[in-house]
Design a protein around this ligand. Structure first.
Ligand code: ADP
Length: 247
């Protein structure tokens, strides 16, 4: 099925999202982790373009380089060499402060283990990025956080602590937090990896709805079931893109 899609989609590419140019663009991206004893080359010259509004799944086994890829695109980490442009910024050229400020505006990140702050309530977790970015008045932050929690279906739990919530609910909080500053790009690293399959399906559906609303989404996963739900998948193995891409 995928081979067929490669051919069909590779033949002519007139997708509307392509007209605006890529919102994520990687050119010859290399990432080495240098240890005392040895150096691991986690990414070996990645070229990638993602158009605005695309939903792309990055598939690969453990150790393939998926987390590294997400961390470089989000500016959490820096490439050893190569260029990364996301939402108009040359991320590879920004210093740490510049990357943090850019990330606050331009990308939302969702992790496998939610990374919520346990001492803050659900709504406070969602308000935090707005506070960091000095976006919106306090009242607007609250209104916006409630709107986002409503969007992901957990508004009634706003005043609870994350620990009172299930895994699926905690991931919904994390998605609402990632959307806090209305970034055009959402990055997710195994966002369904610690959820049972029914909950994983529901959480995946939240991402699908966000894609329909125009967010650009890049999601790393090792779950091949996700393949049939997206138009485009990229296969990573040993730090390289191993198969053609689908569109
Ligand atoms: P995946 O997310 O697909 O499991 P990773 O990006 O986590 O892959 O890892 C890719 C490779 O880089 C693996 O060989 C891993 O051991 C190595 N690696 C990842 N992070 C580090 C690090 N901080 N230091 C050294 N090696 C690392």
């Amino acid at each position: 099925m995928w081979e067929g899609m490669f051919k069909r989609n590779g033949a002519g590419n007139g997708g509307a999202e392509q007209a605006a140019g890529p919102i994520i663009e990687l050119h010859q991206v290399v990432k080495e982790y240098r240890g005392k004893a040895n150096t691991v080359t986690a990414l070996k010259g990645i070229d990638l373009q993602v158009g605005a509004g695309e939903f792309v799944v990055v598939l690969g086994k453990s150790g393939a380089g998926k987390t590294t890829l997400v961390n470089l695109i989000s500016g959490i980490d820096r490439p050893t060499s190569g260029e990364i442009r996301v939402a108009g910024a040359a991320v590879h050229a920004l210093n740490e402060d510049g990357r943090a400020a850019w990330r606050g505006r331009s990308v939302g990140v969702v992790f496998q283990f939610f990374q919520l702050l346990p001492t803050l309530t659900v709504i406070q977790n969602v308000m935090l990025p707005m506070d960091f970015a000095h976006r919106y008045s306090l009242r607007e932050q609250k209104e916006r956080a409630m709107r986002l929690l409503n969007q992901v279906g957990i508004a009634e739990h706003a005043r609870k602590l994350p620990s009172a919530m299930s895994g699926g609910q905690q991931q919904r909080i994390a998605i609402a937090r990632a959307l806090a500053c209305d970034p055009p790009v959402l990055l997710a690293d195994e966002p369904t990896g610690s959820l049972d399959s029914a909950t994983a399906n529901d959480v995946f559906a939240v991402f699908e709805e966000l894609a329909r609303q125009g967010k650009t989404i890049l999601m790393a996963t090792h779950d091949r079931d996700m393949l049939k739900r997206v138009k485009r998948a990229i296969f990573l193995a040993d730090g390289e893109i191993i198969k053609g891409e689908t569109r």
